[in-house]
Write a protein that binds this ligand. Structure first.
Ligand code: NCD
Length: 337
């Protein structure tokens, strides 16, 4: 089995001292250099595993626990495969059928899992801040796989990785995030990551889902997809998060699609080479037409492949062997590690 990193890449066999975090809770608190380190590490894993297909042994002996309290197809499978491709063991916790239904608290459940000797928890929960709470109570690495509408850092990273792979440096690249910005954790993670790397970000959608207050984060706000299509290098088409809404934010899905779906007709008015991204699951005919989802400029399935590389990088940085320097820094939760 090949070891990471391949000799040709000539990097250290421990997590670099410049990575001082014990967890990956969000992109908001990472610096541009830390995001670049994550992306570079992902690129190395992609190469070392021949496009994420081969196995390495760098996390042999480690155990990763998936703690998913919300539905997931891509993210959970991707974390499991990424862990296995690095030689780690994976255990899946399922909330339904667990002792949570017998009144056990969330923290007690998590502490019991920790007591079985796991090295990291990958957590997805409907409540924002759940990963941050776990980081305060457990003594293992915590990775946020989506906390309600707050953040989804690995999705943000894999979106940025996919753009960088095609366009190079993000500085000066214009990215439109289109759709349900209000309820999208993907939007928040993209915004933090893209702005730190120097991209121009435009958020676009109906006024009920895109408040002018987003400008406070440093993005531009538009309610007119036709106006932003010609100026964007990338469009990331976000799903309407009906499951997080109490009232319908527009009169009908048909009207939404008429105004905000990316269609072949709109593609004609785009810059040549416009890249189409979507985190999935996609709703064909709502945020994107089938033609656009399947067009050559669509990176939707590349994003899924790159998600594996990004999650390998995250798991390795969180659980990999540490040099002396990184054991003396302060963790994300403010406690020494
Ligand atoms: C996203 C999520 O769960 O937030 N999907 C994903 O992780 N692949 C986006 C979405 O559900 O629309």
């Amino acid at each position: 089995m090949p070891t990471f990193p391949p000799a040709s890449l000539g990097s250290p066999d421990a997590v670099p001292a410049s990575w001082t975090h014990r967890h990956l809770l969000d992109l908001e608190r990472l610096t541009a250099d830390e995001i670049r380190l994550l992306l570079d590490t992902a690129a190395r894993f992609k190469e070392a595993t021949h496009g994420c297909r081969r196995k390495l042994s760098v996390l042999g002996g480690r155990t990763i626990c998936n703690l998913f309290f919300e539905n997931s197809t891509r993210t959970k499978t991707s974390f499991s495969l990424a862990a296995r491709r690095l030689g780690a063991d994976v255990v899946d916790f399922s909330a339904s059928g667990s002792s949570l239904s017998k009144g056990e608290s969330f923290i007690d459940t998590a502490k019991n899992l920790e007591a079985m000797g796991i090295d990291a928890v990958v957590v997805r929960h409907t409540t924002p801040g759940t990963p941050h709470l776990l980081a305060q109570h457990l003594d293992v690495g915590i990775i946020n796989a989506g906390d309600g509408p707050h953040e989804h850092p690995t999705q943000g990273l894999l979106d940025i990785f996919s753009i960088r792979e095609r366009l190079g440096d993000l500085a000066g690249v214009t990215v439109g995030l289109v759709g349900d910005i209000a309820h999208s954790r993907t939007a928040r993670s993209n915004i933090h990551g893209l702005l730190k790397l120097g991209a121009r970000v435009i958020v676009c959608g109906p006024p009920t889902l895109v408040s002018p207050r987003w400008r406070e984060l440093g993005v531009e706000v538009s309610h007119d997809l036709d106006a932003i299509v010609p100026v964007c290098d990338v469009l990331n088409l976000l799903r309407i998060q009906f499951e997080r809404q109490n009232t319908r934010p527009f009169p009908s899905v048909r009207e939404y699609a008429h105004l905000y779906a990316m269609t072949a007709e709109r593609m004609e008015r785009a810059r040549p080479g416009l890249l189409i991204l979507a985190p999935g699951p996609i709703n064909r005919g709502v945020e994107v037409s089938a033609e656009v989802a399947d067009c050559p400029q669509s990176l939707i399935l590349d994003q899924v492949t790159n998600g594996l590389a990004v999650r390998m990088a995250v798991l390795w940085l969180v659980c990999g062997p540490r040099g002396d320097a990184s054991t003396t820094t302060t963790g994300d939760d403010g406690r020494g590690i």
